[in-house]
Design a protein around this ligand. Structure first.
Ligand code: RB5
Length: 145
């Protein structure tokens, strides 16, 4: 089960994301916002990221104006690796190298065509493991150099 959330600045792309997931037959839970009225992105980003952190949802897609605020919010949660992406290649590498479990992007920064390509890569690209497993584990262990 995917978690989906946005603020007002990402609302249109969140709705497009849901329609795209419907065509793929992928189930999701929409954590809001439910209208284009102005809201605060942490209210919705925290709810979706918490669902990933506690295992209620396997992954999440978060949209705001830039994707940056949502990624900062999401990365406060244990076990979350949220990647703010602006390209298909970035979304692919976020999965391959970082095992990202949350994709964030900005409706004000990327075309819908790019957003759709990023979602596709995020959903279908596996983690490469190997040397990247050690590195990803260090993200959560707070090990300092
Ligand atoms: C809302 O205006 C905007 O600040 C928000 O969507 C996001 O881009 C924050 O990072």
């Amino acid at each position: 089960m995917l978690a989906i959330a946005s603020d007002h600045a990402g609302f249109a792309y969140k709705e497009k994301t849901k329609a795209f997931l419907d065509t793929l037959g992928i189930e999701y839970r929409d954590f809001g916002t439910k209208t284009p009225e102005a809201v605060d992105y942490p209210d919705f980003g925290h709810a979706a990221a918490q669902a990933v952190s506690d295992g209620t949802c396997s992954e999440a897609i978060l949209v705001c104006g830039t994707g940056i605020g949502m990624s900062i919010v999401a990365n406060k949660h244990n076990g979350v690796r949220a990647a703010e992406c602006t390209s298909e290649a970035g979304a692919e590498l976020a999965r391959k190298h970082n095992n990202a479990n949350i994709l964030c992007f900005g409706e004000r920064l990327v075309s819908w065509e790019t957003a759709e390509a990023m979602i596709q890569k995020f959903l279908t690209t596996p983690f490469e493991e190997g040397r990247h497993t050690v590195r990803v584990n260090k993200i959560h262990s707070l090990t300092r150099c």
